[in-house]
Ligand binder design. Sequence first.
Ligand code: HEC
Length: 94
Amino acid sequence: MNIRLTLIALLFTATAIPTALFAADIQQVQKLHKAHCFQCHGNEVYNPKKTKLSDQMALLKRVTGCSRAAGADWTAAEIKAVADYLNQTYYQFP
Ligand code: HEC
């Protein structure tokens, strides 16, 4: 393979892989959320206008507490991923 082809191939790999991973991650996170988080409430509690949460840290604490209440044995990374997902989808805390 000549150098120009290698560079083009590298460029494609560098842009294609993160996008694919990102899509898979979101699906994984939505699956986790759906499997554990609708026993007590639905999406309606994620209301940025009515929330008592003030920032991403408060959201992370809430998701930690709720995941324990849900009996979900989530890792710290899973909790963070769900908190980020909820923030992106509903709260948009900076
Ligand atoms: C055992 C019951 C229970 C389960 C299961 C549960 N929650 Fe909750 N959750 C609550 C209660 C109670 C509140 C408080 C509702 C209120 O303030 O009106 C709450 C509130 C929240 C809030 C804050 C809403 C806001 O903006 O004020 C978030 C975020 C949240 N839950 C996330 C989750 C996630 C993520 C899961 C799944 C891991 C989950 N909850 C599972 C009981 C539960």
